[in-house]
Write a protein that binds this ligand. Structure first.
Ligand code: 13P
Length: 254
């Protein structure tokens, strides 16, 4: 079965107010209705979740969160559990984003979060990516390590529920993405790691995204050249027009 293309918007810690979030959400919802085949997901800050009416019956437009507690419930001040976000309609959750890893999220945390999400039938979006490339290609073992540890509790029957987002740190919040040739290489490498863990057939069914300085003008080249299944978008997802244009590009490639 041909995989559907996917575009995920990660709003990060924006916008500043609920009012602005409502305006952005309404605008994206209005436009995204005309997208035919692509799966579009927006991940607003979870504090805005219930007001944004995130319970969607659509088969192609979903909401996700940017983080989740690794524990299922209990005395964890400030945390938000997988069952809480599920009850508000979250269908996806980003885990292991480099910005959270920089705040102390470990591969072991990522692994637990993925388990908590799968138990609630929420699709984890596992972010992996190196901080720098090196001549000896140590960055490849770095990516492999993040994948193997993060996925260590995931059985073959569940692996296609997990979305892998490859985001090299050098391209996040930067001026330019890495080249589509480099994305292609990493995509093949990620598939190889998945194939070693779960077999080739399963590995080819896993959705693999690229993220880092994506915009409406470079989206086509990144997906076509990188042969990825879609994109994880930061800044450009805060502009309804830009996000919609990226989704339209995905639709034309589906
Ligand atoms: P930018 O698209 O702003 O570079 O952010 C990428 C990202 O981190 C998405 O998760």
């Amino acid at each position: 079965m041909k995989k559907r293309k996917m575009v995920i918007g990660n709003w990060k810690m924006s916008p500043d107010t609920l009012k602005e979030a409502q305006v952005l959400n309404d605008s994206i919802k209005r436009k995204i209705g005309s997208i035919k085949k692509t799966i579009a997901v927006i991940c607003p800050p979870s504090i805005f979740f219930s007001t944004l009416k995130t319970r969607s019956s659509s088969k192609k437009f979903f909401y996700g969160v940017q983080n989740v507690a690794k524990e299922r419930g209990g005395a964890y001040t400030g945390e938000v559990s997988a069952s809480m976000i599920k009850s508000l309609g979250a269908a996806f959750a980003i885990v292991g984003h480099s910005e959270r890893r920089a705040m102390g999220e470990t591969d072991e945390d990522v692994c637990k979060k993925i388990q908590a999400l799968l138990a609630e039938k929420i699709r984890p979006v596992l972010c992996v990516g190196e901080s720098a490339m090196d001549e000896n290609a140590n960055y490849l073992s770095f990516i492999k390590n993040q994948l193997t540890k993060g996925l260590s509790g995931v059985v073959a029957a569940n692996i296609t529920e997990v979305v892998i987002a490859y985001e090299p740190l050098s391209a996040i919040g930067a001026k330019n993405p890495i080249t589509s040739h480099e994305i292609h290489q990493r995509n093949i490498f990620i598939k190889k790691v998945l194939a070693d863990l779960y077999g080739k057939a399963k590995a080819f069914d896993v959705t693999i995204l690229y993220g880092g300085s994506v915009n409406p003008d470079n989206a086509r080249e990144l997906v076509e050249g990188g042969e990825v299944d879609g994109l994880l978008v930061g800044r450009a997802s805060l502009n309804a027009d830009d996000f919609f244009r990226i989704a339209k590009v995905m639709d034309s490639l589906s």
